[in-house]
Design a protein around this ligand. Structure first.
Ligand SMILES: O=C(O)CCC(=O)C(=O)O
Length: 188
């Protein structure tokens, strides 16, 4: 991928760990369904979300402001596991719960000012496998890139990726298992 640094680890966590992590997060995380304001109208987000992190690491996107809840032992366990791979100390995590194939994430870049220039995003997937697409923002002749975000995988997006590329998780009519995604971030 030009103008990007994307690394994919398909099996960072084994199947038994994934099952346990998924069950714990599903039960323990304070899931909420926010609404985003688009052209003055409120729309429920097609997924559940939660924001955890160090005190004061507020996150703002699409008109939503999220104060961090304190790290849980399970979130810390996942954070430590991926920090050794990413060689970055993350201070916050956005969790997304895709309940079924109609839950999704629209095209966007993780380029909010509080993430600073060239952010490292560590994205862990648990549960049902979903397609993940990336497209270059400026050069339409560069083909889209597609990945299957498998149970227990880690996707690292770093370097200039967020300046030049957008990503999304499309809806699907296929029957898919529920999925939890965690994107670890460094809020500056
Ligand atoms: O669910 C995913 O894999 C993508 C999540 C994402 O794009 C985000 O949290 O910014």
């Amino acid at each position: 991928m030009p103008d990007a640094e994307v690394l994919f680890y398909p099996c960072l966590f084994n199947a038994a760990d994934c099952e346990q992590l998924f069950a714990t997060l599903e039960a323990e995380i304070a899931w909420r369904q926010d609404s985003a304001t688009i052209f003055g109208r409120h729309h429920l987000l097609p997924r559940l979300t939660a924001w955890y992190g160090d005190p004061g690491k507020t996150y703002r996107y699409s008109g939503i402001s999220m104060e961090p809840l304190p790290w849980t032992p399970t979130l810390r366990q996942i954070k430590v596991a991926i920090e050794t791979v990413a060689e970055v100390e993350f201070n916050s995590v956005l969790l997304n719960f895709y309940r079924h194939g109609q839950d999704s994430m629209g095209w966007h870049s993780d380029d909010e000012p509080e993430l600073g220039p060239n952010p490292v995003i560590g994205s862990v997937s648990l549960g049902g496998c979903r397609r993940f697409l990336l497209r270059h923002k400026g050069n339409k002749s560069i083909p889209k890139v597609e990945l299957n975000l498998t149970n227990g995988s880690l996707l690292l997006m770093q370097g200039p990726t967020q300046h030049f590329w957008q990503h999304h998780v499309p809806k699907t009519r296929r029957t898919v298992d529920p999925r939890i995604n965690l994107t670890f971030r460094v809020i500056q």
